[in-house]
Design a protein around this ligand. Sequence first.
Ligand SMILES: Cc1ncc(COP(=O)(O)O)c(C=O)c1O
Length: 435
Amino acid sequence: MSTDEIRARTRALEGAGLRTFGTDDPIVWERTQGARVWDADGNAYLEMNGGFAAASVGFCHPRVTAAIVKQAGVMTHCPSAAPSQVRADFYERLIGIAPGPLTRVIPAITGSQATEIAVALARATTGRREVIAFSGGYVGRSPGSVAFAGKPSYRAPLGVPAGGQFLPYPDPYRSQWALGADPGEAALALLDHYLDDAGSGVEKPACLLLEPVQGNGGAVVPSDVFLQGLRERCDRHGILLVFDEIQCGFGRTGRMWACEHAGVVPDLMTVGKGIGGGLPVSAVLGRESAMGAWSPDAVSSTFLTNALGFAAAIAAIDVLLEEQLVARAAALGDRALGRLRAGLADVPYVGDVRGRGLLIGIELVESRETLEPARDRTRAVIRRMRERGVIVGHSGRNMNVVKLSPPLVTEDADWDRVIDDLVEVIATATEGSAS
Ligand SMILES: Cc1ncc(COP(=O)(O)O)c(C=O)c1O
């Protein structure tokens, strides 16, 4: 069946609100393998958005597929009230790769659900309600998690009000609010004002909630000093530090966890996307001291402990370790950042080239002085890459960032080709080529 027919059948029945027809001609996915997706007309694409950064060990990794098939013949659904060996195996594998002090797991299904559980747990542990979140942050789109999204536009259609206080995320490129000071230090000073000034209007929070590297915000990497300063404030005030490693974790930034770059361990950490190897698996990891507040049955969902998901996750973790994909992410990322920076240095509308490992953002601006977002040009670049058979991400708080979050198994030759194509397409991108 052709791409056009499948789109038409979908359009005829799908309720409004999904992203499907955000463009008129979305690619109709038929088959995936490694870093590639084929559409229903047989066209192949290199998927450098990685299915929104979820295909960390690659699409349909043969070992993950074999584990799913094997588990499917034994047990798929297993209710959360019933322990199972596959659940115990999953916990051990996950704790085995977690930062040392994080020794307990609560499983979940989606990243958004993990966010909700982490916040609820922080509130139960501290007996406080307030949450401090950050501009540009993306911690989920369920009603309970979107409350902490940096973009109010994500909340508006769901009728959800902001659920916490917000501080600016110290984006080294786009922090004019810091008035020339170091953005990390300036953000910490604002936090001190919230916490130390009895008249700040902000109640002492249960937790700080943030991504140690922002994904959807546009691959934004804050300074190590900022993350270290948050840890110090949390310790001093008895606040839980919650890191969302759903996108930036599981090897993507060239370390197992993005927070390792700064040497900071949170109290609670959410994980998801890549750990499921393609199935919906997420979790909250925590220190012993942050995981004991609840009595049995505080958290429940029918498919919370799905055996199929656990089997896939175990295989994905094994693949990540055995194929040494964390080091691979670091090496591929370094190579790409160097070549992108050199190749785009003289392109006046390239404002910033940044990232860590295989989480890379190229921010396009109308002018390097005003930093006005170049949204049309960004759309044009993404479209022209698609015409060349490469899918790249579209992100940033102003939707002017071309984002790369490819599978960590992307082959050298494919990756080099993507970078060459990107440099050429961006360097020649005129707004008129947007379609
Ligand atoms: C950093 C981060 N947190 C949370 C989420 C939400 O995860 P999910 O879409 O699985 O609910 C996402 C999804 O993109 C994410 O990037």
